[in-house]
Design a protein around this ligand. Sequence first.
Ligand code: NAD
Length: 453
Amino acid sequence: MIEVIEPATERVMAEVPRAGAEEVDLAVARAKAAYPAWRAVRPGDRASLLRRLADAIEAEADQLATLEARNAGKPIGDAQGEIAMVVECFRYYAGAPERLLGQTIPVAAGVDMTFREPLGVVGLIVPWNFPLVIASWKLAPALAAGNTVVLKPAELTPLTALELERIALDAGLPEGVLNVVAGPGSVCGARLVEHPDVAKIAFTGSTEVGRGIAAGAAETIKRVTLELGGKSANMIFADADLEAAAAAAPSAVFGNAGQDCCARSRILVERSALERFLEALEPAVKAMRVGDPLEESTEMGPLISAGRRESVAEFVPDDAPVVFRGSIPDGAGYWFPATVLAPVSNSDRAAREEIFGPVACVIPFADEAEAIALANETIYGLSGSIWSGDGARALRVARAVEAGVISINSNSSVRVTTPFGGFKQSGVGRELGPDALSHYTELKNVYYATEEG
Ligand code: NAD
């Protein structure tokens, strides 16, 4: 069995069966058996089923949000927002089965047309930081396009995925279309990656594991999409509304206790505004309410595990340039205070590596050119923000930053209707929006001869 721990109390909150390679093989066999009937479901009926699934998730939203908040240690308000996004995601992609359009292409002596065909059995491997919502970004387009799936949640947070499997069956999704296997990545995830009957792996997780998945998938030429780590820049120019930038900066990096691939963990500040910005940032960081994830007013919960806390602590040795920190509750729980390091050089380890905890590095810059160079001096390229009162400059910088998801005068990263994904070693492919569907379909070309020759 897997003992599922509640990070705010360090207590076991549930036990679930631990799947191994054999269970993965069984799940893939079930998904394979269900595939011909699922892809043959009429587009309108598949759309109706996905809408019914969205309604069923919505009906259990409170229960799912509480489970997610307890298991992942995230504030209940955040968990409620994530479950609402799961519902929205299924509703959005419920529109897809009837809109998977092809083209007709002018050719000689015939008619040429394209079709978007499903891939078959798709393996979905997801992390523990946003368990159900990231699963939905993959599941909804995969199912809408006519694939069947095997979903492997992270071992630390399997509960909402297992609940989803039950909800989907109750809502009328045919048996075998959605299969959940909860087990270790090195066993279950690895088996999915090598399995000859799995056509594609959609993965969200660390860049390190993503590299192994890309290599493993090469053996059977699987399609692969990867949503990996980040070390994103929050770029603050002296002409910005500094109060607004400072008020938004804590949630940009300390949201989900910093365990967020989009965390703007490098705060680049124009040197002439550095002092004013830090003065405004300090009270915002200290005012963050850290504590019980189930308390409505909580803004930051604990880290996911003791191991994660140890890894984060390594980035804040005794001689680290800590300018100020937030507070943490006493007693049980994997707490770590929101910590701001300043000034940091972009070449320091804390500025180069993904810390995946509530630690921000403040890095001064002299001018626009240096800001862009610093933002791009990283192996990652997931997200980023630009704060400036000069719209032309903000757009210029947005175009120059090598990252997939940029926001101007805002922290916003993810919307169901717009593409999400990384440049460079932050990943391959895009999730959400209309573009995600192309990653769950093959493009087929059919030529029909209408004349001789
Ligand atoms: P992880 O890479 O350790 O694990 C992710 C998933 O992969 C888990 O389900 C795990 O069991 C599985 N896994 C582990 N080893 C495997 C293997 N050898 N073969 C197949 N599967 C394996 O990541 P994590 O610690 O769960 O999550 C944190 C990481 O995820 C961070 O790097 C973060 O940036 C990244 N992340 C990225 C995005 C994004 O959209 N770009 C979103 C959230 C998290």
